[in-house]
Design a protein around this ligand. Structure first.
Ligand code: AQP
Length: 336
């Protein structure tokens, strides 16, 4: 069996401001992993246009998301930071994978069903083949580890299937089986307005999420306004079952304080939500307000942010270029 050197790849979409779910589900892991691994972190702008984006807002969001990466501690000297559209190998490999993946596999993808909504006929073809592009993002670098939130598990399984089928169809040991690393302190952060829905950039209600650019006042306000039920907090984690809002707030507090949910309930169990909310508001402000300040500072440094992306794209291409060239050879194209 071929051994692949460890390499980390992950990305986020510039479809709005990053939020607490992105931070706890993926970003904290990204920052930690760069201490011991070669890491490639992408702003996946080609994924973003699978749903229509205003061009001016998209360009701004690419820079803003990059600023958030940097503000959270992704280090451009250690890790490669770039935006996907500046490295054409992603699109090229995605086309090959469109011809490897099977319709039946894509038909099972729950994110497409969620995002396309009721009128699937009106969804873009890009939204449908989004998982093939994601597989190309990862495999263009032969990445072996992919730190993501829980919602990306199914797409990662598809990327593994595509890698295996490519290797099998062409009788090569070319692509690794990328491992999902769903190990953030909170792998599925839920909306503050509805504990059954994932916290998401595209939720129309800004009160549903804590953005990484929110002011201290906004963070505190959103937590105080978070939906809750009428009962007191339970003393045991078993009592959080069927109480999604309570489970979410306890989970967020646990993640931000590096405690277990049971430790949080030892402190707040039996009390009303207001006690937990007040403590959570203070904690979230302490952890997130410095990130917001640094993001804002970097947002005014456009030349610097653009230079990080340009340099990152050149470094990314230096890796993806030869890998995709080999793919052309393997599938039988003429390579000049
Ligand atoms: N609520 C969440 N809890 C934990 N992890 C999350 N992630 C996203 N939401 C949560 C993780 O963040 C990374 C980047 O996600 P993305 O930008 O690629 O898009 P997404 O998963 O579709 O996130 P959003 O916020 O819901 O964006 P929109 O609204 O544009 O679709 C991924 O690792 C994801 O797992």
């Amino acid at each position: 069996m071929t051994l692949f050197s460890p390499r980390v790849f992950s990305g986020m979409q510039p479809t709005g401001n990053l939020h607490l779910g992105n931070y706890l589900g993926a970003m904290l892991n990204w920052v930690k992993m760069q201490e011991t691994n070669e890491c490639i972190y992408c702003v996946v702008d080609m994924h973003a246009i699978t749903l229509w984006q205003d061009p001016k807002a998209l360009r701004q969001a690419i820079r803003d998301v990059t600023a958030s990466y940097l503000a959270c501690g992704v280090d451009p000297k250690r890790s490669i930071i770039f935006n996907q559209s500046q490295v054409p190998e992603h699109a090229e490999l995605a086309w090959v994978f469109n011809c490897v993946a099977r319709l039946g596999w894509l038909n099972r993808m729950t994110q497409f069903k969620d995002k396309a909504g009721k009128d699937k006929e009106a969804a873009s073809v890009g939204l449908y083949v989004y998982p093939n592009l994601m597989a190309a993002d990862i495999l263009a670098y032969k990445a072996t580890h992919v730190p993501v939130g829980d919602d990306q598990k199914q797409h990662l399984e598809l990327a593994r299937d595509i890698a295996a089928k490519f290797n099998n169809d062409y009788e090569v040991e070319f692509f690794p089986q990328p491992e999902p690393m769903i190990t953030g302190p909170a792998t599925r952060v839920m909306s503050l307005r509805d504990g059954t829905k994932k916290m998401s950039k595209s939720d129309p209600s800004d009160l549903s999420r804590i953005n990484l650019t929110d002011s201290a006042d906004d963070i505190a306000k959103k937590i105080r306004k978070a939906k809750t039920d009428m009962d007191a907090l339970p003393s045991e984690t078993a009592g959080l079952k069927a109480r999604p809002e309570a489970e979410n707030l306890v989970g967020i507090y646990a993640a931000l304080s590096s405690k277990t949910a049971q430790e949080v309930l030892n402190e707040f169990g039996g009390g009303q939500f207001s006690g937990l909310k007040n403590a959570l508001a203070d904690l979230a402000v302490e952890k997130l307000a410095p990130i917001a300040d640094e993001t804002k500072r970097l947002q005014s440094e456009q030349t610097y942010v653009d230079s990080v992306l340009a340099e990152g794209a050149a470094r990314a291409r230096a890796i993806a270029g030869p890998i995709v060239r080999d793919v052309r050879e393997i599938v039988g194209f003429i390579v000049s």
